[in-house]
Write a protein that binds this ligand. Sequence first.
Ligand code: GCV
Length: 616
Amino acid sequence: MSTWKDRRVWLRALTWDISQEPDTPLETAEEELKRFMAVYQDGRPVVLETIEEMGESYRLSQEDKEYHITGGRTGILYGAYALIQALLLKKSLPEGVQAPCYPLRMLNSWDNMSGEIERGYAGRSLWFEGDAFSYDPARIRQLGRMLASVGVNVISLNNVNVHAPAQGLTDRLLPETAKLAALLRPFGIRIMLSVDFSLPLQRGLDTADPLDPRVEEWWKQLADGIWEKIPDLAGFLVKADSEHRPGPNAYGRTHAEGANMLARAVAPHGGVLVWRAFVYNCMQDWRDSSTDRPCAAYHIYHPLDGTFEENVILQVKYGPFDFQVREPLSPLFFGMPNTRLAMELQLAQEYTGQQIDIFAMPPMWRELFDDLGKERIRAVAAVSNLGRDDCWTGHPFAALNLYAFGRFGWDPDTEVDALIRDWIRLTYDFSQIEDEDALARVLQESRKTYEKYTAPLGLCWMVNPNNHYGPSPYGYEFQAWGTYNRADRNAVGIDRTGNGTGYTDQYPAPLAGKYADTDTCPEELLLYFHRLPYDYRMKDGRTLIQRIYDDHFEGCEEAERMQDILEKLPLGEDTTEVIERIHRQTDNAREWRDVINTFFHRLSGAEDEKNRKIYD
Ligand code: GCV
Protein backbone atom coordinates (compact mmCIF):
# COMPACT_ATOMS: atom_id res chain seq x y z
CA MET A 1 0.00 0.00 0.00
CA SER A 2 1.20 3.45 -0.72
CA THR A 3 1.37 5.93 2.12
CA TRP A 4 0.24 9.02 0.23
CA LYS A 5 -3.39 9.87 -0.04
CA ASP A 6 -4.73 9.01 -3.45
CA ARG A 7 -5.98 12.38 -4.60
CA ARG A 8 -7.88 12.31 -7.83
CA VAL A 9 -5.90 15.03 -9.56
CA TRP A 10 -7.99 14.97 -12.69
CA LEU A 11 -8.93 11.50 -13.83
CA ARG A 12 -11.33 11.17 -10.98
CA ALA A 13 -12.58 7.71 -11.88
CA LEU A 14 -9.09 6.23 -11.95
CA THR A 15 -8.41 5.87 -8.26
CA TRP A 16 -6.74 2.48 -8.23
CA ASP A 17 -3.06 1.83 -7.76
CA ILE A 18 -1.52 0.69 -10.98
CA SER A 19 -0.06 -2.34 -9.27
CA GLN A 20 0.07 -4.69 -12.23
CA GLU A 21 3.44 -3.39 -13.33
CA PRO A 22 2.61 -3.16 -17.01
CA ASP A 23 5.53 -3.60 -19.41
CA THR A 24 4.35 -1.65 -22.42
CA PRO A 25 1.97 1.21 -23.20
CA LEU A 26 -0.36 -1.38 -24.71
CA GLU A 27 -0.49 -3.30 -21.43
CA THR A 28 -1.08 -0.06 -19.54
CA ALA A 29 -3.93 0.76 -21.91
CA GLU A 30 -5.50 -2.68 -21.44
CA GLU A 31 -5.23 -2.49 -17.67
CA GLU A 32 -6.64 1.04 -17.42
CA LEU A 33 -9.54 0.27 -19.75
CA LYS A 34 -10.40 -2.99 -18.03
CA ARG A 35 -10.68 -1.25 -14.68
CA PHE A 36 -12.38 1.84 -16.02
CA MET A 37 -15.00 -0.10 -17.97
CA ALA A 38 -15.78 -2.16 -14.87
CA VAL A 39 -16.72 1.10 -13.13
CA TYR A 40 -18.24 2.85 -16.12
CA GLN A 41 -20.33 -0.16 -17.13
CA ASP A 42 -21.81 0.76 -20.47
CA GLY A 43 -21.44 -2.84 -21.53
CA ARG A 44 -19.27 -2.17 -24.56
CA PRO A 45 -15.87 -3.82 -24.83
CA VAL A 46 -12.90 -1.88 -26.19
CA VAL A 47 -10.99 -3.37 -29.08
CA LEU A 48 -7.37 -2.27 -29.35
CA GLU A 49 -5.35 -2.50 -32.52
CA THR A 50 -1.71 -1.45 -32.69
CA ILE A 51 -0.30 -0.15 -35.95
CA GLU A 52 3.35 0.60 -35.21
CA GLU A 53 3.69 3.23 -37.94
CA MET A 54 1.10 5.40 -36.21
CA GLY A 55 3.67 6.25 -33.50
CA GLU A 56 2.04 8.61 -31.02
CA SER A 57 -1.17 9.05 -32.96
CA TYR A 58 -4.45 7.25 -32.58
CA ARG A 59 -7.98 7.02 -33.90
CA LEU A 60 -11.09 6.35 -31.83
CA SER A 61 -14.37 5.01 -33.09
CA GLN A 62 -17.57 3.76 -31.63
CA GLU A 63 -19.43 0.88 -33.23
CA ASP A 64 -22.83 -0.37 -32.08
CA LYS A 65 -21.46 -2.87 -29.66
CA GLU A 66 -17.86 -1.80 -29.05
CA TYR A 67 -15.26 0.94 -29.02
CA HIS A 68 -12.22 0.77 -31.27
CA ILE A 69 -8.82 2.27 -30.60
CA THR A 70 -6.24 2.10 -33.33
CA GLY A 71 -2.88 3.58 -32.56
CA GLY A 72 0.88 3.36 -32.63
CA ARG A 73 3.01 2.02 -29.81
CA THR A 74 2.22 4.92 -27.49
CA GLY A 75 -0.68 6.23 -29.54
CA ILE A 76 -2.68 3.29 -28.30
CA LEU A 77 -2.29 4.49 -24.71
CA TYR A 78 -3.09 8.10 -25.61
CA GLY A 79 -6.17 6.74 -27.35
CA ALA A 80 -7.18 4.85 -24.22
CA TYR A 81 -6.91 7.93 -22.04
CA ALA A 82 -8.72 10.00 -24.67
CA LEU A 83 -11.58 7.50 -24.67
CA ILE A 84 -11.77 7.48 -20.88
CA GLN A 85 -11.81 11.28 -20.75
CA ALA A 86 -14.42 11.57 -23.48
CA LEU A 87 -16.68 9.16 -21.59
CA LEU A 88 -16.12 10.91 -18.27
CA LEU A 89 -16.83 14.28 -19.85
CA LYS A 90 -19.76 12.92 -21.85
CA LYS A 91 -18.22 14.22 -25.05
CA SER A 92 -18.38 12.71 -28.50
CA LEU A 93 -15.22 10.96 -29.60
CA PRO A 94 -12.72 13.05 -31.55
CA GLU A 95 -12.97 12.35 -35.27
CA GLY A 96 -10.12 11.20 -37.48
CA VAL A 97 -6.50 10.53 -36.59
CA GLN A 98 -5.32 12.48 -33.56
CA ALA A 99 -1.63 13.40 -33.53
CA PRO A 100 0.41 15.68 -31.29
CA CYS A 101 1.57 19.00 -32.70
CA TYR A 102 5.01 18.78 -31.09
CA PRO A 103 7.01 15.55 -30.92
CA LEU A 104 8.69 16.55 -27.67
CA ARG A 105 6.49 17.56 -24.76
CA MET A 106 8.87 17.81 -21.85
CA LEU A 107 8.51 18.36 -18.17
CA ASN A 108 11.68 19.66 -16.51
CA SER A 109 12.13 18.82 -12.84
CA TRP A 110 14.43 21.05 -10.85
CA ASP A 111 14.93 18.35 -8.23
CA ASN A 112 18.14 18.20 -6.24
CA MET A 113 19.34 14.88 -4.92
CA SER A 114 19.05 16.21 -1.38
CA GLY A 115 15.29 15.98 -1.90
CA GLU A 116 14.82 19.72 -2.17
CA ILE A 117 13.34 21.15 -5.31
CA GLU A 118 14.70 24.45 -6.58
CA ARG A 119 11.63 26.70 -6.83
CA GLY A 120 9.47 23.81 -5.68
CA TYR A 121 6.17 24.64 -3.97
CA ALA A 122 4.62 21.22 -3.52
CA GLY A 123 6.90 19.49 -1.08
CA ARG A 124 10.01 17.48 -1.63
CA SER A 125 11.24 15.59 -4.65
CA LEU A 126 9.19 12.68 -5.93
CA TRP A 127 12.31 10.55 -6.44
CA PHE A 128 15.33 11.92 -4.57
CA GLU A 129 16.04 12.12 -0.84
CA GLY A 130 19.31 12.19 1.10
CA ASP A 131 21.46 12.14 -2.06
CA ALA A 132 19.87 8.88 -3.20
CA PHE A 133 16.82 7.63 -5.07
CA SER A 134 13.85 7.17 -2.77
CA TYR A 135 10.30 6.72 -4.00
CA ASP A 136 7.12 4.71 -3.89
CA PRO A 137 6.84 2.88 -7.24
CA ALA A 138 3.05 3.07 -7.11
CA ARG A 139 3.22 6.82 -6.93
CA ILE A 140 5.63 6.93 -9.86
CA ARG A 141 3.12 4.93 -11.88
CA GLN A 142 0.40 7.38 -10.86
CA LEU A 143 2.68 10.10 -12.13
CA GLY A 144 3.06 8.16 -15.38
CA ARG A 145 -0.73 8.01 -15.70
CA MET A 146 -1.11 11.68 -14.94
CA LEU A 147 1.44 12.73 -17.56
CA ALA A 148 0.44 10.19 -20.22
CA SER A 149 -3.22 11.06 -19.86
CA VAL A 150 -2.45 14.51 -21.24
CA GLY A 151 0.34 13.46 -23.58
CA VAL A 152 3.54 14.59 -21.84
CA ASN A 153 6.24 12.25 -23.15
CA VAL A 154 9.57 13.29 -21.60
CA ILE A 155 10.57 14.17 -18.06
CA SER A 156 14.00 15.37 -16.98
CA LEU A 157 14.79 14.10 -13.52
CA ASN A 158 17.32 16.49 -12.07
CA ASN A 159 17.84 20.20 -11.69
CA VAL A 160 19.43 22.10 -14.58
CA ASN A 161 21.73 23.48 -11.89
CA VAL A 162 23.58 20.19 -11.58
CA HIS A 163 25.06 19.98 -8.10
CA ALA A 164 27.79 17.47 -7.27
CA PRO A 165 25.61 14.56 -6.01
CA ALA A 166 23.56 14.54 -9.22
CA GLN A 167 26.65 13.92 -11.29
CA GLY A 168 26.38 10.34 -10.01
CA LEU A 169 23.19 9.80 -12.02
CA THR A 170 25.31 9.12 -15.08
CA ASP A 171 27.67 6.56 -13.49
CA ARG A 172 27.49 5.38 -9.87
CA LEU A 173 23.70 5.66 -9.73
CA LEU A 174 23.07 4.73 -13.34
CA PRO A 175 21.42 1.36 -12.56
CA GLU A 176 18.93 3.16 -10.33
CA THR A 177 18.35 5.87 -12.91
CA ALA A 178 17.55 3.04 -15.32
CA LYS A 179 15.07 1.54 -12.82
CA LEU A 180 13.10 4.76 -12.63
CA ALA A 181 13.13 5.03 -16.43
CA ALA A 182 11.69 1.51 -16.57
CA LEU A 183 8.80 2.50 -14.30
CA LEU A 184 7.79 5.33 -16.61
CA ARG A 185 8.37 3.50 -19.90
CA PRO A 186 4.98 1.71 -19.96
CA PHE A 187 3.39 5.17 -19.94
CA GLY A 188 5.25 6.23 -23.07
CA ILE A 189 7.41 8.55 -20.98
CA ARG A 190 11.14 8.77 -21.56
CA ILE A 191 13.50 10.33 -19.08
CA MET A 192 16.11 13.00 -19.73
CA LEU A 193 19.10 13.97 -17.62
CA SER A 194 20.55 17.39 -16.91
CA VAL A 195 24.32 17.27 -17.26
CA ASP A 196 27.11 19.57 -16.14
CA PHE A 197 29.21 20.90 -19.00
CA SER A 198 32.36 20.59 -16.90
CA LEU A 199 31.79 16.94 -16.05
CA PRO A 200 34.97 15.75 -17.82
CA LEU A 201 36.94 17.94 -15.41
CA GLN A 202 35.37 16.23 -12.40
CA ARG A 203 36.20 12.83 -13.84
CA GLY A 204 39.89 13.12 -14.59
CA LEU A 205 40.34 15.17 -17.77
CA ASP A 206 42.24 18.44 -17.48
CA THR A 207 39.81 20.32 -19.73
CA ALA A 208 36.17 20.47 -20.81
CA ASP A 209 37.00 22.39 -24.00
CA PRO A 210 34.40 21.27 -26.53
CA LEU A 211 36.92 21.43 -29.39
CA ASP A 212 39.42 19.14 -27.68
CA PRO A 213 39.03 15.69 -29.30
CA ARG A 214 39.63 14.02 -25.92
CA VAL A 215 36.60 15.83 -24.51
CA GLU A 216 34.38 14.80 -27.40
CA GLU A 217 35.55 11.20 -27.07
CA TRP A 218 34.95 11.32 -23.33
CA TRP A 219 31.32 12.42 -23.80
CA LYS A 220 30.82 9.79 -26.50
CA GLN A 221 31.89 7.05 -24.14
CA LEU A 222 29.75 8.41 -21.36
CA ALA A 223 26.73 8.51 -23.67
CA ASP A 224 27.42 4.97 -24.95
CA GLY A 225 27.45 3.69 -21.37
CA ILE A 226 24.25 5.49 -20.41
CA TRP A 227 22.28 4.47 -23.47
CA GLU A 228 23.37 0.87 -22.99
CA LYS A 229 21.44 0.91 -19.70
CA ILE A 230 18.64 3.25 -20.83
CA PRO A 231 18.22 2.67 -24.57
CA ASP A 232 15.35 5.14 -24.90
CA LEU A 233 16.86 7.99 -22.88
CA ALA A 234 15.48 11.15 -24.50
CA GLY A 235 18.72 13.09 -24.25
CA PHE A 236 20.69 15.58 -22.19
CA LEU A 237 19.54 18.98 -20.95
CA VAL A 238 22.20 21.65 -20.40
CA LYS A 239 22.35 24.99 -18.65
CA ALA A 240 25.73 26.41 -19.63
CA ASP A 241 27.37 29.81 -19.14
CA SER A 242 24.26 30.83 -17.29
CA GLU A 243 24.10 32.06 -13.70
CA HIS A 244 27.60 30.77 -12.88
CA ARG A 245 27.18 27.34 -14.51
CA PRO A 246 30.22 26.20 -16.49
CA GLY A 247 30.09 26.35 -20.27
CA PRO A 248 32.05 26.71 -23.51
CA ASN A 249 32.79 30.42 -22.99
CA ALA A 250 35.50 29.51 -20.50
CA TYR A 251 37.45 28.09 -23.47
CA GLY A 252 36.60 30.93 -25.83
CA ARG A 253 34.11 28.68 -27.65
CA THR A 254 30.60 29.53 -28.77
CA HIS A 255 27.38 28.00 -27.55
CA ALA A 256 27.03 26.25 -30.90
CA GLU A 257 30.45 24.65 -30.49
CA GLY A 258 29.52 23.52 -27.01
CA ALA A 259 26.09 22.21 -27.90
CA ASN A 260 27.21 20.52 -31.13
CA MET A 261 29.96 18.55 -29.43
CA LEU A 262 27.44 17.11 -26.95
CA ALA A 263 24.89 16.61 -29.71
CA ARG A 264 27.32 14.42 -31.65
CA ALA A 265 27.82 12.27 -28.56
CA VAL A 266 24.12 11.55 -28.17
CA ALA A 267 23.16 11.43 -31.86
CA PRO A 268 24.10 7.78 -32.53
CA HIS A 269 21.55 6.81 -29.86
CA GLY A 270 18.75 8.95 -31.24
CA GLY A 271 19.11 11.37 -28.33
CA VAL A 272 18.50 15.10 -28.42
CA LEU A 273 20.65 17.77 -26.85
CA VAL A 274 18.52 20.43 -25.25
CA TRP A 275 20.53 23.60 -24.73
CA ARG A 276 18.96 26.38 -22.70
CA ALA A 277 19.13 29.92 -24.03
CA PHE A 278 18.74 31.49 -20.59
CA VAL A 279 22.05 33.36 -20.81
CA TYR A 280 22.73 36.89 -19.63
CA ASN A 281 25.17 38.80 -17.47
CA CYS A 282 24.12 38.14 -13.88
CA MET A 283 27.00 40.24 -12.58
CA GLN A 284 25.84 43.53 -14.03
CA ASP A 285 26.65 46.88 -12.48
CA TRP A 286 23.33 48.61 -11.78
CA ARG A 287 25.00 51.93 -12.58
CA ASP A 288 25.49 50.75 -16.17
CA SER A 289 22.27 51.69 -17.95
CA SER A 290 23.55 50.73 -21.39
CA THR A 291 23.41 47.01 -20.66
CA ASP A 292 19.87 45.65 -20.81
CA ARG A 293 19.21 42.09 -19.74
CA PRO A 294 16.37 41.30 -22.19
CA CYS A 295 18.76 42.03 -25.09
CA ALA A 296 21.29 39.39 -24.03
CA ALA A 297 20.06 36.08 -25.43
CA TYR A 298 19.36 37.49 -28.89
CA HIS A 299 22.86 38.99 -29.07
CA ILE A 300 24.36 35.63 -28.27
CA TYR A 301 22.18 33.24 -30.26
CA HIS A 302 20.87 35.11 -33.29
CA PRO A 303 24.29 35.09 -35.01
CA LEU A 304 24.44 31.32 -34.42
CA ASP A 305 21.19 30.57 -36.23
CA GLY A 306 21.60 27.66 -38.63
CA THR A 307 24.85 26.42 -37.11
CA PHE A 308 23.45 23.89 -34.66
CA GLU A 309 23.46 20.13 -35.28
CA GLU A 310 20.15 18.55 -36.31
CA ASN A 311 19.54 17.04 -32.89
CA VAL A 312 20.10 20.25 -30.90
CA ILE A 313 17.04 21.91 -29.46
CA LEU A 314 17.50 25.43 -28.20
CA GLN A 315 15.16 25.86 -25.26
CA VAL A 316 14.00 29.46 -24.90
CA LYS A 317 11.99 30.85 -21.99
CA TYR A 318 8.80 32.46 -23.27
CA GLY A 319 9.92 35.95 -22.34
CA PRO A 320 13.41 37.45 -22.41
CA PHE A 321 13.54 38.04 -18.66
CA ASP A 322 12.53 35.09 -16.56
CA PHE A 323 8.93 33.82 -16.27
CA GLN A 324 7.47 37.17 -15.19
CA VAL A 325 3.73 37.70 -14.88
CA ARG A 326 3.64 39.33 -18.28
CA GLU A 327 6.38 39.47 -20.86
CA PRO A 328 6.44 39.77 -24.63
CA LEU A 329 7.60 36.67 -26.46
CA SER A 330 11.36 36.38 -26.62
CA PRO A 331 12.61 37.84 -29.92
CA LEU A 332 14.59 34.63 -30.39
CA PHE A 333 11.36 32.94 -31.48
CA PHE A 334 11.35 35.24 -34.50
CA GLY A 335 15.09 35.41 -35.06
CA MET A 336 16.15 31.75 -35.29
CA PRO A 337 14.24 30.32 -38.28
CA ASN A 338 16.95 27.73 -38.99
CA THR A 339 17.22 26.33 -35.48
CA ARG A 340 15.00 23.86 -33.69
CA LEU A 341 13.43 25.72 -30.79
CA ALA A 342 11.52 24.68 -27.70
CA MET A 343 9.41 27.16 -25.75
CA GLU A 344 10.03 26.87 -22.01
CA LEU A 345 7.12 27.57 -19.68
CA GLN A 346 7.19 27.47 -15.90
CA LEU A 347 4.45 25.57 -14.11
CA ALA A 348 6.30 26.07 -10.82
CA GLN A 349 4.87 29.43 -9.79
CA GLU A 350 8.14 31.09 -8.89
CA TYR A 351 7.05 34.64 -9.75
CA THR A 352 3.36 33.92 -10.05
CA GLY A 353 2.21 33.20 -6.54
CA GLN A 354 4.16 30.10 -5.52
CA GLN A 355 1.14 27.80 -5.56
CA ILE A 356 -0.34 29.83 -2.71
CA ASP A 357 -1.93 32.50 -4.91
CA ILE A 358 -4.12 31.23 -7.74
CA PHE A 359 -2.61 31.75 -11.15
CA ALA A 360 -4.16 29.71 -13.95
CA MET A 361 -1.78 29.85 -16.89
CA PRO A 362 -3.88 28.83 -19.92
CA PRO A 363 -5.10 32.40 -20.70
CA MET A 364 -1.49 33.56 -20.76
CA TRP A 365 -0.39 30.66 -22.97
CA ARG A 366 -3.28 31.31 -25.35
CA GLU A 367 -1.86 34.81 -25.88
CA LEU A 368 1.69 33.51 -26.27
CA PHE A 369 0.74 30.88 -28.84
CA ASP A 370 -1.47 33.34 -30.72
CA ASP A 371 1.49 35.72 -31.03
CA LEU A 372 3.88 32.89 -31.86
CA GLY A 373 2.10 30.89 -34.49
CA LYS A 374 2.58 27.22 -33.76
CA GLU A 375 5.17 26.48 -36.47
CA ARG A 376 7.99 28.54 -35.00
CA ILE A 377 8.83 25.92 -32.40
CA ARG A 378 9.39 22.17 -32.49
CA ALA A 379 8.95 21.31 -28.84
CA VAL A 380 7.49 22.53 -25.58
CA ALA A 381 9.01 22.29 -22.14
CA ALA A 382 7.72 23.27 -18.74
CA VAL A 383 9.35 23.49 -15.35
CA SER A 384 7.42 21.06 -13.18
CA ASN A 385 5.12 22.14 -10.36
CA LEU A 386 5.00 18.67 -8.82
CA GLY A 387 6.20 17.43 -5.47
CA ARG A 388 5.60 14.91 -2.75
CA ASP A 389 2.66 16.77 -1.19
CA ASP A 390 -0.56 14.77 -1.02
CA CYS A 391 -2.17 16.70 -3.82
CA TRP A 392 0.99 16.78 -5.99
CA THR A 393 0.90 20.51 -6.80
CA GLY A 394 0.68 22.32 -3.43
CA HIS A 395 -2.44 24.23 -4.38
CA PRO A 396 -5.00 21.78 -5.79
CA PHE A 397 -5.86 24.29 -8.54
CA ALA A 398 -2.24 24.32 -9.72
CA ALA A 399 -2.90 20.87 -11.20
CA LEU A 400 -4.83 22.71 -13.89
CA ASN A 401 -1.57 24.16 -15.19
CA LEU A 402 0.03 20.75 -15.64
CA TYR A 403 -3.10 19.41 -17.30
CA ALA A 404 -3.21 22.43 -19.60
CA PHE A 405 0.47 22.15 -20.49
CA GLY A 406 -0.11 18.63 -21.80
CA ARG A 407 -3.13 19.76 -23.79
CA PHE A 408 -1.30 22.75 -25.31
CA GLY A 409 1.67 20.56 -26.26
CA TRP A 410 -0.70 18.26 -28.08
CA ASP A 411 -2.77 21.05 -29.59
CA PRO A 412 -1.60 24.68 -29.23
CA ASP A 413 -4.93 25.86 -30.65
CA THR A 414 -6.64 24.61 -27.51
CA GLU A 415 -9.53 26.81 -26.48
CA VAL A 416 -9.13 28.05 -22.93
CA ASP A 417 -12.63 28.10 -21.50
CA ALA A 418 -13.37 24.57 -22.72
CA LEU A 419 -10.07 23.35 -21.31
CA ILE A 420 -10.68 24.89 -17.89
CA ARG A 421 -14.14 23.35 -17.78
CA ASP A 422 -12.81 19.91 -18.75
CA TRP A 423 -10.33 20.10 -15.92
CA ILE A 424 -12.98 21.17 -13.43
CA ARG A 425 -15.26 18.31 -14.48
CA LEU A 426 -12.46 15.76 -14.27
CA THR A 427 -11.53 17.00 -10.82
CA TYR A 428 -14.66 18.01 -8.89
CA ASP A 429 -18.13 16.61 -8.47
CA PHE A 430 -20.22 19.76 -8.80
CA SER A 431 -23.89 19.09 -9.14
CA GLN A 432 -24.73 22.75 -9.89
CA ILE A 433 -23.58 24.36 -13.10
CA GLU A 434 -23.37 27.67 -11.16
CA ASP A 435 -20.52 26.22 -9.11
CA GLU A 436 -18.66 25.20 -12.22
CA ASP A 437 -19.24 28.64 -13.74
CA ALA A 438 -18.00 30.34 -10.58
CA LEU A 439 -14.79 28.31 -10.41
CA ALA A 440 -14.19 28.69 -14.15
CA ARG A 441 -14.44 32.47 -13.76
CA VAL A 442 -12.07 32.52 -10.81
CA LEU A 443 -9.51 30.54 -12.79
CA GLN A 444 -9.97 32.57 -15.98
CA GLU A 445 -9.49 35.85 -14.14
CA SER A 446 -6.78 34.74 -11.73
CA ARG A 447 -3.81 35.89 -13.77
CA LYS A 448 -5.25 39.37 -14.37
CA THR A 449 -6.00 39.71 -10.69
CA TYR A 450 -2.52 38.64 -9.67
CA GLU A 451 -0.99 40.97 -12.24
CA LYS A 452 -3.00 43.93 -10.94
CA TYR A 453 -2.00 43.61 -7.30
CA THR A 454 1.67 42.82 -8.01
CA ALA A 455 3.59 44.62 -10.78
CA PRO A 456 1.23 45.54 -13.63
CA LEU A 457 1.94 47.12 -17.04
CA GLY A 458 5.00 44.94 -17.63
CA LEU A 459 6.87 46.39 -14.66
CA CYS A 460 8.25 43.05 -13.46
CA TRP A 461 10.71 42.25 -10.69
CA MET A 462 9.25 44.12 -7.73
CA VAL A 463 9.46 40.88 -5.73
CA ASN A 464 11.50 40.04 -2.68
CA PRO A 465 14.92 38.98 -3.87
CA ASN A 466 15.85 35.32 -3.42
CA ASN A 467 12.47 33.85 -2.50
CA HIS A 468 10.52 35.86 -5.11
CA TYR A 469 7.29 36.05 -3.11
CA GLY A 470 5.83 39.29 -1.80
CA PRO A 471 6.54 42.92 -2.72
CA SER A 472 9.89 44.67 -2.66
CA PRO A 473 9.91 47.51 -5.21
CA TYR A 474 13.61 48.28 -4.80
CA GLY A 475 14.57 44.70 -3.96
CA TYR A 476 16.45 44.16 -7.19
CA GLU A 477 17.20 47.78 -8.00
CA PHE A 478 20.80 47.94 -6.86
CA GLN A 479 21.69 44.34 -7.55
CA ALA A 480 23.73 42.56 -10.20
CA TRP A 481 20.89 40.68 -11.91
CA GLY A 482 20.02 43.32 -14.49
CA THR A 483 16.41 43.72 -13.44
CA TYR A 484 15.63 47.37 -12.84
CA ASN A 485 12.57 49.64 -12.84
CA ARG A 486 14.56 52.86 -12.38
CA ALA A 487 11.58 54.54 -10.76
CA ASP A 488 12.25 58.12 -9.67
CA ARG A 489 10.06 61.05 -8.72
CA ASN A 490 9.15 61.79 -12.35
CA ALA A 491 9.00 58.54 -14.26
CA VAL A 492 9.22 54.76 -14.18
CA GLY A 493 10.38 52.04 -16.59
CA ILE A 494 13.15 51.63 -19.12
CA ASP A 495 13.16 52.95 -22.66
CA ARG A 496 13.82 49.85 -24.72
CA THR A 497 13.16 51.46 -28.10
CA GLY A 498 15.79 52.56 -30.62
CA ASN A 499 16.20 55.75 -28.55
CA GLY A 500 16.97 53.66 -25.50
CA THR A 501 18.52 50.22 -25.19
CA GLY A 502 17.42 49.18 -28.70
CA TYR A 503 15.71 46.03 -27.52
CA THR A 504 12.60 46.55 -29.68
CA ASP A 505 14.83 46.40 -32.78
CA GLN A 506 15.37 42.70 -32.11
CA TYR A 507 11.81 42.03 -33.28
CA PRO A 508 10.82 41.74 -36.94
CA ALA A 509 9.22 44.73 -38.63
CA PRO A 510 5.58 44.88 -37.62
CA LEU A 511 6.25 43.89 -34.03
CA ALA A 512 9.27 46.15 -33.59
CA GLY A 513 7.22 49.16 -34.61
CA LYS A 514 4.23 48.13 -32.58
CA TYR A 515 6.24 47.82 -29.37
CA ALA A 516 8.35 50.92 -29.99
CA ASP A 517 5.36 53.25 -30.30
CA THR A 518 3.46 54.03 -27.12
CA ASP A 519 0.28 54.39 -29.17
CA THR A 520 0.42 50.82 -30.48
CA CYS A 521 2.26 49.08 -27.66
CA PRO A 522 -0.21 46.87 -25.74
CA GLU A 523 -0.95 48.71 -22.51
CA GLU A 524 -0.23 45.63 -20.42
CA LEU A 525 3.38 45.88 -21.65
CA LEU A 526 3.77 49.65 -21.64
CA LEU A 527 6.41 49.81 -18.92
CA TYR A 528 8.25 46.82 -20.31
CA PHE A 529 9.14 48.88 -23.38
CA HIS A 530 8.90 52.48 -22.27
CA ARG A 531 9.95 54.92 -19.59
CA LEU A 532 7.01 57.16 -18.88
CA PRO A 533 6.17 60.05 -16.57
CA TYR A 534 3.52 59.52 -13.92
CA ASP A 535 1.19 61.98 -15.62
CA TYR A 536 1.32 60.06 -18.92
CA ARG A 537 -2.23 59.65 -20.24
CA MET A 538 -3.42 56.09 -20.70
CA LYS A 539 -5.91 55.33 -23.50
CA ASP A 540 -8.89 55.75 -21.19
CA GLY A 541 -7.71 59.16 -20.03
CA ARG A 542 -6.40 58.12 -16.65
CA THR A 543 -2.86 59.11 -15.69
CA LEU A 544 -0.27 56.37 -15.43
CA ILE A 545 0.02 56.83 -11.68
CA GLN A 546 -3.76 56.64 -11.28
CA ARG A 547 -3.80 53.43 -13.29
CA ILE A 548 -1.11 51.97 -11.02
CA TYR A 549 -3.12 52.89 -7.90
CA ASP A 550 -6.38 51.62 -9.43
CA ASP A 551 -4.89 48.29 -10.47
CA HIS A 552 -3.61 47.64 -6.98
CA PHE A 553 -6.89 48.48 -5.30
CA GLU A 554 -8.88 46.49 -7.85
CA GLY A 555 -6.57 43.48 -7.80
CA CYS A 556 -6.85 43.29 -4.06
CA GLU A 557 -10.65 43.60 -4.13
CA GLU A 558 -10.82 40.89 -6.77
CA ALA A 559 -8.75 38.56 -4.60
CA GLU A 560 -11.11 39.24 -1.69
CA ARG A 561 -14.12 38.48 -3.91
CA MET A 562 -12.42 35.27 -4.97
CA GLN A 563 -12.22 34.29 -1.33
CA ASP A 564 -15.97 34.81 -0.91
CA ILE A 565 -16.66 32.64 -3.92
CA LEU A 566 -14.32 29.84 -2.91
CA GLU A 567 -15.70 29.73 0.60
CA LYS A 568 -19.05 28.69 -0.84
CA LEU A 569 -17.85 26.07 -3.31
CA PRO A 570 -18.24 22.34 -2.55
CA LEU A 571 -14.61 21.40 -3.14
CA GLY A 572 -14.77 18.15 -1.19
CA GLU A 573 -11.47 17.01 0.25
CA ASP A 574 -9.68 20.02 -1.28
CA THR A 575 -11.66 22.50 0.82
CA THR A 576 -9.23 22.98 3.70
CA GLU A 577 -6.23 23.40 1.44
CA VAL A 578 -7.97 25.84 -0.89
CA ILE A 579 -9.43 27.97 1.91
CA GLU A 580 -6.19 28.13 3.82
CA ARG A 581 -4.38 29.27 0.67
CA ILE A 582 -6.91 31.90 -0.41
CA HIS A 583 -6.54 33.52 3.00
CA ARG A 584 -2.79 33.68 2.47
CA GLN A 585 -3.42 35.06 -1.01
CA THR A 586 -5.62 37.91 0.20
CA ASP A 587 -3.04 38.77 2.87
CA ASN A 588 -0.40 38.81 0.16
CA ALA A 589 -2.57 40.97 -2.10
CA ARG A 590 -3.09 43.56 0.66
CA GLU A 591 0.62 43.65 1.34
CA TRP A 592 1.39 44.18 -2.36
CA ARG A 593 -1.28 46.86 -2.71
CA ASP A 594 -0.03 48.86 0.23
CA VAL A 595 3.68 48.53 -0.41
CA ILE A 596 3.52 49.36 -4.12
CA ASN A 597 1.03 52.17 -3.77
CA THR A 598 2.99 53.71 -0.91
CA PHE A 599 6.20 53.37 -2.87
CA PHE A 600 4.83 55.27 -5.87
CA HIS A 601 2.95 57.76 -3.72
CA ARG A 602 6.12 58.66 -1.87
CA LEU A 603 8.07 59.02 -5.09
CA SER A 604 5.53 60.87 -7.19
CA GLY A 605 3.62 62.80 -4.57
CA ALA A 606 0.50 62.20 -6.68
CA GLU A 607 -2.74 61.78 -4.75
CA ASP A 608 -5.24 59.04 -5.50
CA GLU A 609 -8.18 60.66 -7.28
CA LYS A 610 -10.55 58.46 -5.34
CA ASN A 611 -8.99 59.29 -1.98
CA ARG A 612 -8.49 55.71 -0.91
CA LYS A 613 -6.10 54.86 1.84
CA ILE A 614 -2.48 55.01 0.77
CA TYR A 615 0.03 54.90 3.59
CA ASP A 616 2.65 57.62 3.99
C1 GCV B 1 17.19 26.62 -12.00
C2 GCV B 1 15.69 31.63 -12.34
C3 GCV B 1 15.44 30.91 -11.05
C4 GCV B 1 16.51 29.88 -10.77
C5 GCV B 1 16.60 28.95 -11.97
C6 GCV B 1 16.89 29.77 -13.21
C7 GCV B 1 16.91 28.91 -14.47
O1 GCV B 1 16.82 32.47 -12.23
O2 GCV B 1 15.34 31.84 -10.00
O3 GCV B 1 16.14 29.20 -9.61
O4 GCV B 1 17.58 27.96 -11.78
O5 GCV B 1 15.88 30.72 -13.38
O6 GCV B 1 15.92 28.90 -15.16
O7 GCV B 1 17.92 28.29 -14.74
